[in-house]
Design a protein. Structure first.
Lengths: 702, 143, 445
């Protein structure tokens, strides 16, 4: 995905300040370094102890006050607090500070906060440099307060060196397309689309499979209310399909993404549904190719021309192109072979919601006997099994009555390095999948209600019924005589086939710590594995969107506390289990929060971006064109003809609209005539010099 | 008054991309891992910006080791990674001419959660510099 | 009486209220944020560090407080309480009481000279009664607004504050409560939670044991701006060498009528244990639990890290806490995993991991019912987790049930979009569906 092209500044930065801080006209005008004196204010944050526990902030501030051009040097417990920000504002207004250097936590957290502070005080917000002395100093050099303090001093002195060379810049304001793209048609995607649409913003919803509803459609009853999953889902689907602002593409995927927030250029590729309504039923009936039905997690089969489930949306049957092998179908006396004609659509999008959902953990063959013993199923499979059982008064499995069931928690979750086998990428799933405890207990209560004679054995590590209305499932299961056993994470329960002729087909062995470490063996007819959640395989999307994954492989938010639904790419937000395990209530909340962010971004009609684009020094440029040759972006830079002192010369001209600020041109220019605004070579060299030099008066830490 | 401990140690400068190495360094910090303190990280948008002279000048000034932690194939800038590699290669040639051990300049791809590779790179460079010493002692007459 | 008109009224200036306000204001809606304390920030501003990132709470909260204070679309009403809400044609008419600070809000500079001059020390509620606070004071160092407030109930009217105040007529002993009305389209309830009182459980000493504290008190001891600057036990000021945590002290407990799980206590106990290991490296920390509920993103890894750091986790619900002659607290517990022995163990300090209780009951004023657990009733948690049964009134954060900071911020975003959608749908007038008996008359101030 390309970085945003830059346009010429449309408005003076001062107009971006909140209205209630009207400043008299003369204060808005800026010093440029060549005119006025450079007066640096430098601020060292304690960060509530996170920095000051290791770095001697007062001592550092003291030495910094002696650096050239520094007129004020302060420390504060929390520079980002209102009180801390006021210190900076006051110094700008009252002491004439015109360059600000702040040493604090990582810039990704509060750089924007401080830009706002500085702008409010009447100073160009780009006369500021942020030095990270927490993640890259105090948090990584714990045992050596002397070196950590020296390093903070050196880093901030380098920051001051850069600050001396900073120039005033204007934020770039771009029009934002009032159109959001939601990727994924499960509960989170549907809810997000609906919320955004209700705000008056156009939404395009793209769903990869031919049907909406995602994994929620595979559930029967939801906790904590017991409501029917598909009823709730269909209410939501109805709202979505009836909303005039929403356009839905099923059988569609994102095939390319270019651009940036406010102006993403997205291409969608949609597969044909394959059968028109007039022949759909006949085609479904005539079709003989069958595959395992993923809706029932392989417990049943379906044809390759199919409906997801009765009452699904869209209701018309679709062709599963991956598995349709050009079978000739006899319909109305004709022999028809169906054809896929994928279509592409180009969209202009302002913001993107990623709601691609999850896959239940698929145990490896042999893991707890899965895939080897027919009596071992996953919880999602079991839920389907119960549904397929309908209203029957008995529960059978493989033609035999089920009398005893063991349910094992934490399959594919809370895994331990060295104890559990890693996933293909070499990592174990060390996270908790959050929903499985409550889901398992809910199913146990249901079984006890419907089939009171079945014995249930719940084998767990910790019971995590944390949510509102969830604890009741645990107490009810206890009252319903579910028997609980507790194992330790390193002592993985074993599931093996019982010897031939035994009363039951399977045996579950574990060490139970509720009975003080007794080794137990239970004979059962069925073993249900409470499997965890894994993210879907969306590598191609991740590449296209340039979003990141966390170590748990789910999509990563910028900051789990401050910004829980935003990614590092402005304009791309997350909704639902694509980000991590969560239940439906939590997915719906997250979808709403994502929609709120989209509405905040696009609602104003424009977005604001940092102005870090290339700029040519016309005096130094002599038209060699090396920059043009090396630039990979169309129309970002070109040689133009000018008349200088009567003769025609060539000079490079940047089109900020198309420049992304990579700086390839900077290294190519033989005259050092081009720089990236805000990231100039000279500024870097000044910082390198500070790193290299012997600094006088290094901090003495007792 | 030189009371600090820094002067006695070789200096490692890390040019880290905002979308890759710099975020990776922050992740290492969030995990509270420890690594040598003679490391100074500079945020960069894309290292393709730095000409060969930039690195040579840094060595001449006394930066003993430079690690470029770029985003590699994850780079959001078209052509940035390739151009960086070209520049680094031609810098190596110039380093050889100046008599600077080329191992002092290292190009490596570090992602936002590449905490182990980050630590490995830093510790490796630190060990190398302990072995081969300060760059100023190595440089022949500057060109 | 002042009349003010806003798109949304947010009740409560804690993290959920602030986030909902910001998410609405960023979309262009005007928001009135009403907070009953003299500063916004809620409970979060008093905490030490957050799990699982261990960011300092200030670092998370104060930028939000600052953003709220400076946002052009948000108006803060601190030290104000909602008295009555009447539904009408345009939405809701809300009567608000402004409590007197006895300080002129518009001229106070927050210099604190009054605070330094005041001769009366009071137990600081902010510091959980462990530190002292003056009768007239700025509520805490990062308060927003940074304006002083005077506690008239404890004021002896000596006049020392007035004498040193550099601003003329800033201290005003004659202020009276004022009422004003806010007209709004919609209301967001973000009224937060309370914690189980430390004397709730007779078996745990009924609050009389000298060295038994609760989770919030430990937060203050651990906080960088805490009352003592270090961890000491309240009984005699000794630095504890052995600390025990009692989980589920107030939750999952039928005898207290609180059967639900308070969701955050396992994580905050683990977090505090890790921070204690940092502050008191030689101290032993033991956590007695029923189930360890580390369910969120990064939480399980946090739990494993704590174990690796040496925090001891013992399964067993503490049955009783007493104290010996030296005021050292003693736990009586059945060790489930160690031969089912019942033991009594003595510690220097015990921390009760108290649970979350509902905050203000919204029923009388907002006519929004509470559910069996005492928290605001949410009609359809799986369809609209922030919608109440009253049109245009939404709930976010812990007012809707125990939850941690991440979930509070997420529900705040959801409440914001629900509120926004509601406002959009009712832009041309609020459908009046007010039955006669629900109308209320109120008099002018």
């Amino acid at each position: 995905m390309d970085m945003p092209p830059r346009f010429l500044p449309m408005k003076k930065w001062s107009l971006l300040m909140p209205e209630k801080h009207d400043l008299p006209e003369e204060e808005i005008a800026q010093d440029s370094p060549s005119e006025g004196e450079i007066r640096v204010g430098v601020y060292t944050c304690h960060c509530g102890g996170n920095i000051s526990d290791v770095v001697n902030c007062p001592a550092v501030a003291d030495v910094l006050s002696k650096v050239d051009n520094v007129i004020v040097s302060r420390t504060d417990m929390s520079m980002c607090s209102d009180a801390g920000q006021s210190l900076i504002e006051k110094d700008i207004k009252e002491k004439g500070v015109n360059r600000v250097v702040i040493g604090a936590c990582a810039p990704s957290l509060h750089e924007q906060t401080f830009r706002g502070t500085i702008a409010r005080a009447g100073l160009n917000p780009y006369y500021y440099y942020h030095v990270g002395i927490r993640e890259q100093d105090s948090w990584v050099h714990h045992d050596d307060t002397q070196s950590a303090s020296d390093k903070a001093y050196r880093l901030m002195t380098a920051g001051i060196a850069k600050a001396r060379l900073l120039k005033p810049l204007e934020t770039i304001r771009l029009d934002a397309e009032q159109h959001a793209l939601v990727i994924g048609g499960g509960v989170a995607g549907l809810r997000s689309a609906y919320d955004i649409a209700r705000r008056g913003i156009r939404v395009t919803l793209v769903e990869k499979s031919p049907f909406l509803g995602g994994r929620m459609s595979q559930l029967e009853h939801l906790f904590p209310t017991g409501e029917t999953a598909r009823d709730t889902l269909h209410d939501l689907i109805k709202k979505v399909i009836n909303h005039p602002n929403i356009t839905i593409f099923t059988g569609a995927e994102v095939s390319s993404v270019k651009g940036y927030v406010g102006d993403f250029k997205v291409q969608i590729t949609q597969q044909s549904r394959g059968v028109s309504d007039d022949i759909a039923e006949a085609a479904m009936a005539a079709c003989t190719t069958e595959v395992p039905d993923e809706y029932n997690y392989g417990l049943t089969k379906r044809k390759v021309i199919y409906q997801k489930y009765p009452g699904c949306y869209p209701p018309s049957p679709a062709v599963d192109w991956e598995n349709y092998n050009d079978e000739a179908l006899k319909i109305n006396g004709q022999s028809i072979v169906l054809e896929n004609n994928p279509k592409t659509f180009d969209l202009k999008i302002g913001a993107i919601v990623v709601a691609t959902g999850f896959n239940p953990y698929e145990p490896r063959p042999g893991e707890y006997g899965y895939g080897e013993l027919p009596e071992v199923v996953t919880l999602p499979q079991f839920i389907r099994m119960l549904a397929l059982n309908g209203d029957a008064k008995k529960l059978d499995w493989n033609g035999k009555p089920v009398r005893d069931i063991a349910l094992i928690h934490c399959v594919g979750s809370r895994q331990v390095d060295g104890v559990h086998e890693p996933q293909p990428d070499g990592e174990v799933n060390n996270y908790c999948s959050r929903v499985c405890c409550t889901a398992t207990l809910q199913v146990e209560n249901e079984i006890k209600e419907r089939f009171p004679d079945i014995n249930l054995y719940d084998v767990y590590e910790d019971i995590r019924t944390y949510g509102r209305g969830h604890e009741e499932y645990y107490t009810d299961a206890s009252k319903n005589m579910v028997i609980f056993f507790r194992f330790h994470e390193e002592e993985v329960p074993q599931v093996i086939a019982a010897p031939k002729g035994d009363t039951h087909p399977a045996l579950v062995r574990f060490t139970d710590h509720l009975t003080y470490g007794t080794e137990l063996e239970i004979a059962v007819d069925l073993v249900v594995l409470a499997v965890g959640m894994m993210p879907r395989d969306i590598d191609y999307l991740i590449q296209m969107l340039k979003v990141s994954r966390g170590t748990d492989r789910f999509l990563l938010e910028v900051h789990p506390k401050l910004r829980p639904v935003e990614t590092a790419v402005t304009g791309i937000v997350l909704a639902g289990t694509a980000q991590g395990p969560m239940n439906i209530q939590e997915s719906v909340s997250a979808a709403g929060a994502a929609a709120a962010k989209v509405a905040g971004l696009l609602g104003k009609g424009h977005v604001e971006l940092d102005p870090f684009v290339a700029q040519v020094d016309m005096e130094k440029c002599d038209g060699t064109g090396a920059c043009v040759e090396v630039c990979s972006y169309e129309d970002a830079i070109a040689l133009q003809t000018f008349t200088v002192d009567g003769s025609q010369v060539q000079r490079a001209v940047v089109s900020p609209a198309n420049c992304v600020g990579c700086g390839c041109c900077v290294s190519a220019c033989p005259n050092r005539a081009i720089d990236v605004q805000g990231w100039e070579l000279e500024q870097y060299e000044a910082m390198v010099d500070v790193f290299a030099m012997d600094l006088p008066g290094l901090v003495e830490v007792s | 008054m030189m009371t600090g401990t820094e002067n006695k140690q070789p200096k490692i400068m890390i040019l880290a991309t905002l979308s890759g190495g710099y975020a990776g360094a922050d992740s290492v910090g969030q995990l509270h891992e420890d690594y040598p303190s003679n490391t100074y990280i500079l945020p960069v948008m894309c290292p393709c910006m730095f000409p060969e002279e930039f690195y040579l000048r840094a060595f001449e000034r006394g930066i003993d080791g430079i690690i470029i932690m770029y985003s590699g194939t994850d780079s959001p800038y078209k052509g940035g990674a390739e151009r960086t590699a070209e520049l680094v290669n031609s810098t190596y040639k110039m380093m050889k001419e100046r008599g600077i051990d080329t191992r002092r300049l290292r190009l490596t791809a570090i992602c936002t959660v590449c905490t182990k590779p980050f630590l490995k790179e830093v510790n490796q460079m630190d060990e190398l510099l302990d072995e081969i010493g300060f760059v100023k002692e190595e440089i022949a007459v500057p060109a | 009486m002042d009349k003010l008109k806003y798109d949304a009224l947010v009740v409560g200036g804690g993290i959920a209220g602030m986030q909902a306000s910001l998410d609405l204001a960023d979309q262009g809606y005007t928001v009135a944020l009403v907070e009953k304390e003299p500063s916004i920030g809620g409970k979060m501003i008093a905490l030490s560090k957050v799990f699982p990132t261990l960011d300092c709470c200030s670092c998370i909260t104060t930028p939000k407080m600052s953003a709220v204070a400076h946002h052009e679309n948000i108006r803060l009403f601190t030290y104000c309480e909602v008295q009555a809400v009447v539904e009408n044609q345009d939405g809701y008419a809300v009567r608000v009481l402004k409590k007197p600070r006895y300080v002129n809000e518009n001229t106070c500079t927050g210099c604190r000279l009054c605070e330094y001059a005041c001769p009366i020390d009071l137990p600081s509620a902010f510091d959980m009664n462990m530190g002292a606070i003056r009768t007239v004071r700025v509520p805490f160092s990062t308060a927003v607004p940074q304006i002083a407030v005077l506690d008239m109930d404890n004021c002896i009217l000596c006049g020392k504050c007035e004498a040193v105040c550099p601003v003329e007529d800033c201290i005003d002993f004659n202020q009276v409560p004022e009422e004003f009305e806010i007209d709004t389209q919609s209301i967001v309830l973000a009224t937060g939670y309370e914690t189980t009182p430390i004397d709730a459980k007779a078996e745990y000493g009924a609050g009389e044991l000298h060295n038994v504290i609760d989770g919030l008190m430990m937060e203050r001891l651990l906080a960088p701006t805490g009352p003592y600057g270090r961890i000491i036990r309240p009984g005699d000021g000794k630095e504890p060498e052995s600390i025990a945590y009692v989980q589920c002290a107030g939750s999952r407990d039928e005898t207290l009528g609180v059967e639900y799980c308070s969701r955050v206590c396992c994580m905050y106990a683990i977090k505090q244990a890790m921070l204690i290991s940092g502050s008191l490296p030689l101290a032993d920390v033991t956590i007695y639990y029923m189930d360890m509920r580390a369910f969120g993103k990064g939480y399980e890894q946090f739990y494993q890290n704590a174990k690796a750091m040496g925090v001891e986790f013992v399964k067993g619900k503490v049955a009783r806490i007493t104290e010996d002659e030296d005021q050292n607290p003693v736990v009586r517990v059945e060790l489930i995993e160690d031969g089912a022995r019942v033991v009594e163990r003595t510690y220097d300090l015990i921390v009760l991991s108290v649970g979350m209780l509902p905050g203000d009951n919204p029923e009388p004023i907002y006519r929004v019912p509470i559910a069996g657990d005492g928290f605001v009733s949410v009609l359809s948690p799986n369809s609209s987790p922030t919608e109440t049964n009253r049109p245009g009134i939404f709930v976010t954060g812990t007012a809707g049930g125990p939850m941690d900071i991440v979930d509070s911020i997420v529900t705040a975003g959801d409440a914001a979009i629900e509120t926004a959608a509601y406002i959009e749908a009712h832009k041309n007038g609020h459908a009046a569906q007010v039955p006669a008996d629900e109308e209320m008359e109120f008099t002018h101030a």
